[in-house]
Every structure is written in structure tokens, then in C-alpha cells.
Ligand binder design. Sequence first.
Ligand code: PBG
Length: 328
Amino acid sequence: MGYPFTRLRRPRAHGWSRRLVAENRLSSDDLIWPLFVTDGVTGPVATMPGVSRMTPDEAGDAAREAKRLGIPAIALFPQTDALLKTPDGQESWNPDNLVCRSIRAIRAATGTDVGIICDVALDPYTSHGHDGVLEGGRIVNDASVELLVRQSLVLADAGCDVLAPSDMMDGRIGAIRKAIEGAGHHDLQIMAYAAKYASAFYGPFRDAVGSGAVLVGDKRTYQMDPANGDEALREVGFDIEEGADMVMVKPGLPYLDIVRRVKETFHVPTFAYQVSGEYAMMRAAALAGYLDGTRTMIEVLTCFKRAGADGILTYFAPEAAKVLNGVQ
Ligand code: PBG
């Protein structure tokens, strides 16, 4: 039955019927809020207007705010003191490092009400800015995995809820799962940055954590080529087999086709990371008056849901939650 018996505009005519037929609904339950912590100077990140570095105690306050706004989880990223950076990133397995202290501060502030997700990768801690260790100018896989396991065990002991390996070494999910299982952390979840691309959209993040200025070369020997899609499915498949509870695609908006394929192929909890460069791009356009910031924010986050994401890591999390919940 074609036109005029079918008129697709009929349900669009009123707000009530648009609500009734909406296929996807974005809510604060879908959001994960990434936080930058520091022992140095707190305050705004220049390339991410609206985002600030905070002390561990302030991260506790942010977790209280997340709880108030109905945001289920936060994700922690440290700006490590330059003096603590070494070729092997040893500060990453110091049980009293910035992230471990932040976990304890957040736990004291919000108990178990807000999930604490911790990145597993060496880049905030290495003097060369890479996620693994170098031998003869090459990032070596298996030696890097051993250090990532040490970092994971320290984060587990500090009380984090979800380990989120973002390093893209082969075999790290299996190695981490085996180690934490062996150490009795049976309920610790792993959210694998399973399909993580070598992207230019991470620039502002590297400013925020201070890894950009020291980075030697690029990350193309371990992060994925943006030209590849089938390979993302292989990456995700391995991470699930090795013990990941949830998988992630990163960056977000330019990679929604990957989100869709991952969700349709594996039917597991699938997340997308709207990364720093995506945030910076949208924020800059809104500040310049070129775009309506609130409407574009909600539209894009809704599109992540439509593509199949169960949740989104986004620097817009508190702002979006306020709009979605109708609170200040
Ligand atoms: C570290 C890490 C990065 C991001 C999350 N974890 C940067 C990188 O791989 O260089 C990027 C997040 C963002 O841009 O918002 N491995």
C-alpha cells in the first residue's frame, strides 16, 4: 500500500506520537563520564573547553555529581608528573599512584553507587608516550603485556570495578583475565578497547594527560588502520574469547558502521567512545555560534544508540544528563 494510503508523515505530526514511535531512547543510564586527574595544576584543558583536570578529592566530588545525575560510571585518566615518567612506565604499578588514590577517594565519596572504570595502558606513565615498552625502536608486544598485567593487578587491589585495556597489544585480555582470576578478583569486569583505531582525534586527550608532547612517532603498529572494518570484528572476537565482558569501539562518530557490525555480529554489551577530538570539534563550533551545542550533543549521542551502542563514553556526560533529566 503506497501513497496516499501510507503517509509516513502521519506519526510525525505530533510530539506525543513522535514519542510513541521513537525506536531508541537516550538516557543518563547510557553515559560514562571520563575524568582527568592530576597532582599538578588543576583547571581547564585548553583544547577541551568545559573539561578540567581535577585532584583525587575533586574526582570524588565529580562522582557525587555523577550519582546525582544518574550517570552509572566514571572513567579515570591520570596526568602523571613528568618526573615520574620512565621508559617502562613503572609508576603505573605503584599502588599509591594518582589513579589508585583517586579510586580510594571516589569510593569514600560514593561507595559502590558509581562504577569506577580504569584505563590499562602505559602511555600516561612512559617517557616516550607509548602504550607499551620499546626495544630497538619497536613497541614489543609480550613484554608490554607483562607490564599491563602488573598495572591491572594494582588497579584491581585498589578497588576499581572495570579494567579497560586501551593498549591494543595482542593477547592482553587473556593475560589480564588469567592474572586477576588467579588473584581472586572473580567479579572484576573487563571493558576491552577492542577496536581502537590509530586516530588523529585523540589529540586533545594527549594534551590533557601530557602524553602528546613526549610521544615519539605514532601508534600505527598497534592501533588499527582507519581503513579497516573486517579486522575490527576479528579484534572484538578475540577479546570476547579471552574474557572481556564488554567491548568498545573508538573513536565514535566516524566509526558508527563498526559499532553496528560489532553489535550485530556478537550481541555483547557494546560501547563507543566519543573521543576528545570529537568533543573539541563540536564544542568549538558551538562556542563560535556555528552550531546549536545542546541540540547537536543530544542528536549525536542518540545516533550512537541507533547504531547499536549500549552506552557512550563522553565528555558531555554531565551536561547531557542534565538536559535528559531536566535538571540543573
Ligand atoms: C590511552 C588512551 C587514549 C585515549 C584513551 N586512552 C589515547 C591514545 O591512545 O593515544 C583517547 C581518548 C580521547 O581522545 O578522548 N591509551
